[in-house]
Design a protein around this ligand. Structure first.
Ligand SMILES: O=C[C@H](O)[C@H](O)COP(=O)(O)O
Ligand SMILES: C=C(OP(=O)(O)O)C(=O)O
Length: 448
């Protein structure tokens, strides 16, 4: 990998285009110094790993695998301790075990992790008690504290994002390949989980079946090395283009550009303008790309995005992450899927059942109902079943901690419970029990 400065292909074409949701740094020279420093840092991931993920997503698009993408809404600098990272990974591993075993489908595991520090906001400012300040845009930009000082965008934060991402990824890689993610540990991932939780008990029963299957295979002298580690990939929203382009490098094997800040990056609903900077940026890098599609997306938008981002129709290159809302998915998704399929393009279709289902509770907490989340996933499966296309995966905001941010679930959280452990830096996440509930229900839908 060589620094982008040496490349004959330019990543900088986005700079001439309108870029939505970018912070206004008070000192452009300070930003320049930071991005120059970032450009001298080693890549966080390798181009070959990105290609491997593209191949895996091609299997998803083809109907041979299921994508599980999940993690924090927004990672926070003070929440990247080993326990928090382990808890997130453990939740994803448990969900993946449920999906693999109960739905009998290979699961491609992708975290919203090691880079998910930047947030697009619906309003540029926030007002409390008559005081108006710039909105919090993620730890990579400014601080969540409601003070004038904290809300000023600080480019030094980009360096902290890089270092936190590197440390997180280092531990995730250790867990993924160093024995922790060994399928034989399927019980131990559940050990600290509330034994009297319905989701925990249901999982325990499934883990026993997996154990039996593993013992049977061992007795047959078949205990593949694949069971001892997992492939785990990192993804985040490519929102701050100054950061993403400073971390874009030329792959020495192919001479092509890769955004080496994560294996997969996605472009959000608020920044996917066809003539905007984000789509231009994404069109220049080779990574697998996700695009969020909200309820106003037209088939023409979707087809134009395919032409811009995947002109060569490379299998696995493009994932459409739909986030329509439970009340709209059955109405809006069919035409999109139909027209895209009719065009001959092969994209992976993934359901984000979180972002179209947010509301504010009377207590002022932003929340989501587990039943709405589930209903959107159900609608997603129904639409794909009706069209004979593949429901390729889910994209969820979750945490491994027992937070009280979304209402409902088997171990029900009530609106009055929200204040108990409401810890998200931005949007409400499913807790571990709700995440497992979702995995079981998705496995049932997939199987049927
Ligand atoms: O996670 C997504 C967005 O950043 C979030 O939904 C924006 O929410 P807001 O309406 O509070 O800005
Ligand atoms: C902001 C996000 O989603 P969307 O672009 O779909 O609103 C997100 O996934 O963090």
């Amino acid at each position: 990998m060589t620094a982008n400065a040496d490349s004959s292909i330019s990543i900088d074409t986005w700079r001439d285009l309108p870029a939505a949701q970018q912070p206004e740094y008070p000192d452009p020279a300070a930003l320049r110094a930071v991005t120059e420093e970032l450009a001298s840092y080693p890549p966080l991931v390798f181009a070959g790993e990105c290609d491997q993920l593209t191949d895996r997503i091609a299997e998803v698009a083809d109907g041979r695998a299921f994508l599980l993408q999940g993690g924090d809404c927004a990672e926070a600098f003070d929440q990247v301790g080993a326990d928090q990272i382990r808890a997130k990974l453990k939740t994803l591993l448990q969900m993946s075990a449920v999906l693999t075993y109960a739905a009998a489908v290979p699961v491609v595991k992708v975290g919203r992790i090691a880079g998910q520090y930047s947030k697009p906001r619906s309003k540029p400012t926030e007002t409390r008690d008559g005081v108006t300040l710039p909105s919090y845009r993620g730890d990579s930009v400014n601080g969540p504290e409601f003070t004038e000082e904290a809300r000023v965008p600080d480019p030094e934060r980009l360096l902290r994002m890089y270092h936190r991402s590197a440390a997180t990824l280092n531990l995730v890689r250790g867990f993924a390949t160093g024995g922790y993610a060994d399928l034989h540990q399927v019980h131990s991932w559940n050990q600290d989980f509330v034994r009297n939780s319905a989701a925990g008990q249901r999982y325990e029963a499934l883990a026993r079946e997996i154990d039996n299957a593993l013992n049977f295979m061992k007795a047959c002298r078949a205990d593949p090395a694949e069971f001892q580690s997992v492939e785990f990939y990192a993804s985040h929203e490519a929102l701050l283009l100054a950061y993403e382009s400073a971390l874009t490098r030329t792959d020495s094997r192919s001479g092509k550009l890769y955004d080496v800040s994560g294996h997969m990056v996605w472009i959000g609903e608020r920044t996917r303008q066809l003539d905007g900077a984000h789509i231009e940026f994404a069109s220049r890098v080779e990574n697998p790309i996700g695009v969020k599609l909200g309820p106003t997306t037209t088939p023409e938008d979707a087809l134009a995005l395919i032409d811009r981002l995947d002109p060569d129709r490379r299998p696995g290159r493009l994932t459409f992450i739909t986030r329509m809302g439970a009340d709209k998915i059955r109405d809006r998704l069919p035409t999109l899927v139909e027209k895209v399929t009719a065009s001959g393009a092969r994209v992976a279709w993934v359901c984000d059942p979180m972002h179209g289902n947010t509301f504010e509770a009377a207590s002022g907490h932003k929340t989501r109902r587990f039943d709405d989340v589930l209903d959107e996933v159900k609608g997603f499966f129904e639409v794909h079943k009706g069209l004979g296309t593949h429901p390729g995966g889910i994209h969820v905001e979750l945490t491994g901690d027992d937070v009280t941010e979304c209402v409902g679930g088997g171990d029900e959280i009530f609106v009055d419970d929200l204040h108990q452990r409401y810890e998200t830096a931005c949007d409400p996440r499913l807790n571990r029990s709700q995440s497992l509930d979702l995995a079981f229900l998705v496995a049932e839908m997939y199987r049927s």
